[in-house]
Write a protein that binds this ligand. Structure first.
Ligand code: NAP
Length: 395
């Protein structure tokens, strides 16, 4: 995941996205191009290549997700995307889920940190600096469920009651929560490699294994197994740190620990600085990502990536916010920071650092979009494009 090879003039496909997509893409691209030019002076630059998904694809080709879009992303191994609306009656559960499944983007990676000046609901948001690796393909998101009262639900309940010794009443809806060894291990492997690559101190497996022993509990066991079997020289368990090293981790080793989900929600509020990477199943990851993001100031600045072994797709956490579409109003920060993740992935870390610094400077000077302005006394509210221009000025 970390060793993506790229030329000095890489082609990067992008999906503009629906709703506010065109507004934030235009603003973000201006920042990306200005930063790359500033750092490399024309020696390196990105050749953006538009590809289509969502409403724009439908208007152009009569299809919501053309095959060519998948082929192009696979070909280049990297892409950016804005948010997409799922068409009602389009034959998809969700365009985003389809993209993730077809490209086998098994990890949703979300760095969460505080930006100086961003209003937050806790006293010390700066203590949060964590990257969440959320499993993207397993768990109750597999979508296997039967509606209460249907023949299918009745058959499943019959089977469970008659053959498996359960005692379910017939007014239940029933869902299945699959969690596989292969999918867990590849997710935890990616998280550990990331920790090693970035010299981060720990990976925390977050699970509800005290209750769901053979799914969430197995997630924990498989996670420790990957560390033991594949990274024995470079990782150490928290237990070993306590019993063999008096609580002080040996230098250069990543500590592998685990927490039960409910306790983890307390931990991220009370002692967030003790966590640098979280590896967790799909549903826990969904809840934790939003909780942590809220803790540092919210949606407009939440970047993300969906990653597999062959492809990485960088996109903001938020959706299409349709009521603001075309108004040049919303915060392009999440998409800009998703681009920073991409530049880092490409090995262009200096571009990423420059943009983050300029964005921090812009926000802390009080020049912000409406979402932050309404919480920051004395700030100056600017449009989406003006905010981007201010970041460019601060580069
Ligand atoms: P949403 O689009 O994220 O918007 C919810 C609210 O979050 C907005 O009304 C706005 O709050 C705030 N917000 C979102 N993006 C912002 C930005 N860039 N700057 C400032 N504020 C921002 O969520 P939703 O309304 O639940 O979903 C709308 C559509 O997006 C749905 O069709 C959903 O399926 C889709 N969606 C797509 C993705 C994706 O493509 N990855 C992800 C999530 C949702 P205020 O109203 O308070 O100003």
């Amino acid at each position: 995941m970390m060793s993506f090879k790229i030329s000095d003039k890489p082609v990067v496909p992008f999906i503009e996205g629906d709703g506010i997509g065109p507004d934030i893409w235009k603003a973000a691209r201006m920042v990306f191009d200005a930063a790359v030019d500033k750092i490399y002076g024309g020696r390196r630059y990105v050749q953006w290549k538009e590809i289509y998904a969502g409403q724009k694809a439908y208007n152009k080709f009569g299809e919501w997700l053309p095959d060519e879009t998948f082929q192009t992303i696979r070909e280049y191994g990297i892409a950016m995307k804005g948010p997409l609306t799922t068409p009602i009656g389009g034959g998809f559960r969700s365009l985003n889920v389809t993209l993730r499944q077809k490209l086998d983007l098994y990890a949703c990676v979300r760095p969460v940190r505080h930006f100086k000046g961003v209003p937050a609901p806790v006293k010390h948001p700066e203590r949060v600096n964590v990257v969440i690796f959320r499993e993207n393909t397993d768990d109750i998101y597999a979508g296997i469920e039967w509606k209460q009262g249907t023949d299918e639900a009745k058959r499943v309940i019959d089977f469970l009651n008659c053959e498996m010794g359960c005692n379910l009443s017939y007014d239940c809806g029933v869902g299945v929560k699959p969690m596989s060894e292969f999918k867990t291990k590849r997710l935890v492997r990616m998280a550990i490699k990331y920790a090693l690559d970035k010299h981060l101190p720990s990976v925390t497996l977050v699970h509800k294994g005290n209750i769901m022993k053979y799914t969430e509990g197995a997630f924990k066991e498989w996670g420790y197994e990957v560390a033991r079997e594949e990274f024995s020289d470079t990782t150490i368990t928290e237990d070993d740190v306590c019993t063999k090293y008096s609580g002080k981790p040996p230098k250069g080793k990543v500590v592998i620990k685990d927490r039960i989900t409910d306790a983890m929600f307390q931990q991220i509020l009370l002692r967030p600085e003790e966590y640098s990477i979280i590896a967790t199943p799909n549903l826990n990851g969904d809840y934790l990502s939003d909780a942590l993001l809220a803790q540092v100031g919210g949606l407009g600045i939440g970047p993300g990536a969906n990653m597999g072994d062959e492809v990485a797709l960088f996109e903001p956490t938020h959706g299409t916010a349709p009521k603001y579409a075309g108004m040049d109003k919303v915060n392009p920060g999440a998409l800009i920071l998703s681009g920073c993740m991409m530049f880092e992935y490409m090995g262009w870390k200096e571009v990423s650092d420059a943009i983050v610094k300029a964005m921090e400077k812009t926000i802390s000077s009080g020049v912000v979009t409406y979402d932050l302005a309404r919480q920051m006394e004395g700030s100056k509210e600017v449009k989406c494009s003006e905010f981007a221009q201010e970041i460019v000025n601060n580069l």
